[in-house]
Design a protein around this ligand. Structure first.
Ligand SMILES: NC(=O)c1ccc[n+]([C@@H]2O[C@H](COP(=O)([O-])OP(=O)(O)OC[C@H]3O[C@@H](n4cnc5c(N)ncnc54)[C@H](OP(=O)(O)O)[C@@H]3O)[C@@H](O)[C@H]2O)c1
Length: 249
């Protein structure tokens, strides 16, 4: 029997990037995976087909997590699948809009906080009826919650907020047996990272910041999320774990 057999996992933003790699890994470990997407429906359907072709189980649900009721609608759709219990919630969907302070806008500020902070919080709130003893909630933070970089103030503040949510929700939900942790990746090769990994020069700069001299891949994060999803991490709670190849030590 595989490590996550008979478990149900929801991965938000599973259409691309870290979410996609995470959904695949959890499915490989035996979980039934609910693949959430925002705009990339075809990519989500393709991923679900890939999981099923390998003998796994996958459902596909769409919801715009920038909308005030995005988390509520996604939670309703999950409950409508008839799932008695959600074992793993990976609140991964996120956006990064990096600009110098002079060109930052209120709209961008609100959008980043809506997707990166508001939606994970209300998703947890709305899923509480099907979360319980042994469930694991995993947020996506970032190394930028610890280290300052040019142009990332708002995005970094969203990830700082995610780390505060992680500690507070772990404390509030621990008595129900629900663990809440975060993974804080360094620069990982996805669509989001192309602003800072898009050129050979920028890739060398990133490697220069890391103890391990290669560019991080989505699977590096997926394996860390899988650890937090499993019972092997049963005594880890309320923590943000940096997974960055030793970035900015
Ligand atoms: N890559 C990195 O270097 C890095 C480093 C640290 C932390 N992170 C964090 O890791 C998470 C995943 O990042 P990534 O690099 O995989 O990003 P990505 O490749 O840009 O993918 C983002 C995912 O989020 C979904 N999403 C974005 N806006 C949405 C919305 N309004 N409603 C619903 N879904 C939405 C996208 O879905 P659709 O395409 O279907 O809309 C997509 O699946 C994010 O929280 C990010 O902040 C990434």
């Amino acid at each position: 029997m595989s490590e996550l057999s008979n478990r149900v996992a929801l991965v938000t933003g599973a259409s691309r990037g870290l979410g996609r790699a995470t959904a695949l890994r959890l499915a490989e470990l035996g979980a039934r995976v609910i693949v959430h997407y925002g705009a990339s429906r075809d990519a989500a359907d393709t991923l679900a087909a890939e999981i099923r072709a390998k003998g796994g189980q996958a459902d596909v649900l769409g919801a715009d997590l920038a909308a005030p009721d995005g988390g509520h609608k996604l939670a309703d759709a999950v409950k409508a699948l008839g799932i008695a219990r959600l074992d793993v919630l990976v609140a991964n969907a996120g956006i990064a809009e990096m600009q110098p302070i002079e060109t930052q806008t209120v709209e961008s500020f609100d959008r980043q906080f809506a997707v990166n902070v508001r939606s994970p919080f209300f998703l947890v709130q709305q899923l509480l009826p099907i979360l319980g003893e042994g469930s694991s909630v995993i947020f996506l933070s970032s190394v930028v919650a610890r280290v300052a970089f040019d142009g990332t103030a708002i995005y970094s503040a969203t990830k700082g907020a995610v780390e505060v949510l992680t500690r507070n929700l772990a404390k509030e939900l621990g008595p129900r047996g629900i663990r809440v942790n975060a993974i804080a990746p360094g620069a990982i090769d996805t669509d989001m990272a192309q602003d800072f990994l898009g050129t050979e020069e920028s890739r060398e700069f990133v490697k220069g910041m890391q103890a391990l001299k290669r560019i991080g891949q989505p699977e590096d994060i997926a394996d860390a999320v899988a650890l937090l999803a499993s019972d092997r991490s049963r005594w880890i709670d309320g923590r943000s774990i940096e997974v960055s190849g030793g970035s900015n030590l």
